[in-house]
Design a protein around this ligand. Structure first.
Ligand code: FAD
Ligand code: SIN
Length: 527
């Protein structure tokens, strides 16, 4: 029997930082579906927002976060996360993180929606540095077991103990997870006193995304099936500037490049942001993404340009070494060429509902990072607030998880996974086709600009996909692609239903049928 005090699903910033802290109080197992470093965290570019400049203040960072969140942030959560910024940065540095320095201190940059220079970064590869340092510490910790190539399939709850569970069941408790060992293709039962969901976001639900392939929304889908509360799923953030190139896979061109003075130009060479917002290129990213979308639709173009030719080659190579190199690999020198860009799905603001301690509505189940909806981001996330949130909430979650674990026994009565009646199949084209179809539906109908007609069409199409995949799932031995597709369809359903419920435009949710904010609309979408 595999049993631990703390089971952690996911090895990004949230999972690893929780594991390091929790290991002070008991045994920890981290389950991760690819190599440990493969995560959204690893690709984060811009940095972590924190108030570190004497001329900046917590009040200003709070204000900027609340403005971006369009009336839907929880002010107490915002105040707490912002206040914890400096100590979180110090903790990373103590673990060994090396951030970019200037004149003996940390170099702070500015991004869209921020009123001050407050982004701490490691060149343009901040996530790689954070992932490196957390992983090195976790790898060498004797109390932490890391299971790579293990795919978390289902949370174990009262449902598996034979009880009928609804979203209103008060004593629903999590006892661990059923996990598919991708090397043996066997489903393992991993039991735990507490479980942390840290499985990240769901960008892969869309055809164009800055997220790596791991971001298939598994955590939200598992939690929803386990009857946890899920909220605000309509708020999907589209990053305005991903590289438009057939081989670039929506590579992100960091917001920090606009912070460094880049202009957006349409194909005719006209700078257009002043028509949309007085903050121009430094407006929050929902405004910039919609402005680009508007230009593309009005002009019938496939992309717009990002122009940073005002900065010299040396400056760009120094400040954006990774982005510079990637553009060059695709034949573009940022100091001389205009860079073709388009918006792409980037961040899931909604997710599994939690409080500031990562507590979900299921006992013993915690969530932190992108999978969680804590109330920090509201209807739109301010750039570089998510890494900070992941680290702060993961830390907080340990406080409650260790208390909870103290009074729990491992539930050895949990049954083994039962796959009787299922067979191996050769029909993998059914999965790959449905996968592509889902991404296309979501991109075309549930993207930056929505309407009733588009959402209804998306709903009908995904319901059909759901029926097909559920029937396939019931008959077939489980596999990672099948489980991921099933999860992606669930997440798509949650996004569409939440978007249909919101009869107004707010933050990241914009619909042509209700183009204005409506204060009478109940604020949070709870599913
Ligand atoms: P992740 O880092 O995504 O980790 C999730 C983990 O869960 C992975 O290890 C994954 O393999 C694992 N996993 C998923 N499903 C399963 C499963 N079923 N079973 C087992 N394991 C599973 N935010 C900022 O604040 N600043 C930035 O500069 C920034 N830049 C970004 C740039 C890019 C290109 C992207 C994609 C995102 C960026 N973000 C940025 C957002 C930020 O990186 C993420 O929100 C954050 O890293 C999420 O951390 P996490 O620990 O919640 O999830
Ligand atoms: C970026 O570097 O533009 C990404 C920042 C973020 O998503 O917070």
């Amino acid at each position: 029997m595999q049993a631990y005090d703390f089971l952690v699903l996911g090895s990004g910033s949230a999972g690893l930082s929780f594991a390091l802290e929790a290991a002070k109080f008991g045994s920890v197992c981290i389950v991760t579906k690819k190599n440990s470093a493969e995560s959204n965290t690893n690709y984060a570019q811009g940095g972590i927002a924190s108030v570190l400049d004497a001329a900046d203040s917590f009040e200003k960072h709070v204000h900027d976060t609340l403005v971006a969140g369009a009336g839907m942030c929880d002010p107490e959560v915002v105040a707490e996360v912002v206040r914890r910024g400096p100590e979180t940065i110090r903790k990373l540095i103590a673990l060994g993180a090396e951030f970019t320095q200037k004149e003996g201190g940390l170099h702070l940059v500015r991004e869209g929606g921020h009123s001050h220079h407050r982004i701490i970064h490691a060149d343009d590869m901040t996530g790689r540095e954070i992932e490196r340092v957390l992983l090195e510490n976790a790898d060498s910790h004797p109390g932490i077991t890391i299971l790579e190539h293990h795919f978390a399939m289902e949370l174990i709850t009262e449902h598996h103990m034979g009880q009928k569970v609804t979203r209103y069941t008060e004593n629903n408790q999590c006892y661990g997870a059923y996990v598919l060992n991708l090397q043996t293709s066997k489903v393992e039962r991993i039991l735990s006193k507490t479980t942390l969901l840290a499985t990240g976001g769901a960008g892969q639900v869309y055809q164009h995304t800055t997220n790596p392939p791991i971001a298939t929304g598994d955590g939200v889908a598992m939690a929803y099936r386990a009857k946890a509360r899920v909220s605000n799923m309509e708020f999907i953030q589209f990053h305005p500037t991903s590289l438009y190139h057939p081989d670039a896979n929506s590579f992100l061109i960091s917001e920090a490049v606009r912070g460094h003075g880049a202009k957006l130009r349409n194909k005719a060479g006209e700078a257009f942001m002043a028509q949309y917002d007085k903050r121009e290129e430094l407006a929050p990213r929902d405004i910039v993404a919609r402005a680009i979308d508007d230009q593309l639709k009005k002009r019938g173009d496939d992309f717009v340009y990002l122009d940073i030719r005002s900065a010299g080659k040396e400056d760009l190579q120094k400040n954006f070494p990774n982005i510079y190199k990637e553009c060059l690999r695709h034949g573009m020198d940022m100091s001389q060429d205009l860079i073709p860009i388009v918006p792409a799905a980037h961040y899931m603001c909604g997710g599994v509902w939690t409080d500031i301690h990562g507590q979900t509505t299921i006992k013993g189940l915690f969530a932190a990072g992108e999978v969680a909806c804590t109330g920090l981001h509201g209807a739109n996330r301010l750039a570089s607030n998510s890494l900070l949130e992941a680290l702060v909430v993961a830390d907080n979650a340990v406080l409650k998880a260790k208390e909870f674990a103290k009074n729990q026994e491992i539930n050895a009565a949990v049954p083994e996974w039962d796959d009787s009646g299922t067979v191996n199949t050769e029909e993998w084209v059914l999965i790959s086709h449905n996968h592509r179809e889902l991404q296309q539906i979501m991109w075309d109908y549930v993207g930056i600009v929505r309407s009733n007609l588009r959402l209804e069409r998306a709903f009908r199409r995904t319901r059909l996909l759901h029926e097909e995949v559920e029937s396939f799932y019931q008959r077939t031995k489980v596999s990672e692609p099948l489980c991921q597709l099933r999860n992606m369809i669930s997440v798509a359903y949650l996004i569409i239903r939440s978007a249909m419920n919101r009869k107004e435009s707010r933050g990241l949710h914009y619909t042509t049928d209700y183009p204005h904010l409506n204060d009478k609309v109940e604020h949070h979408t709870i599913l």
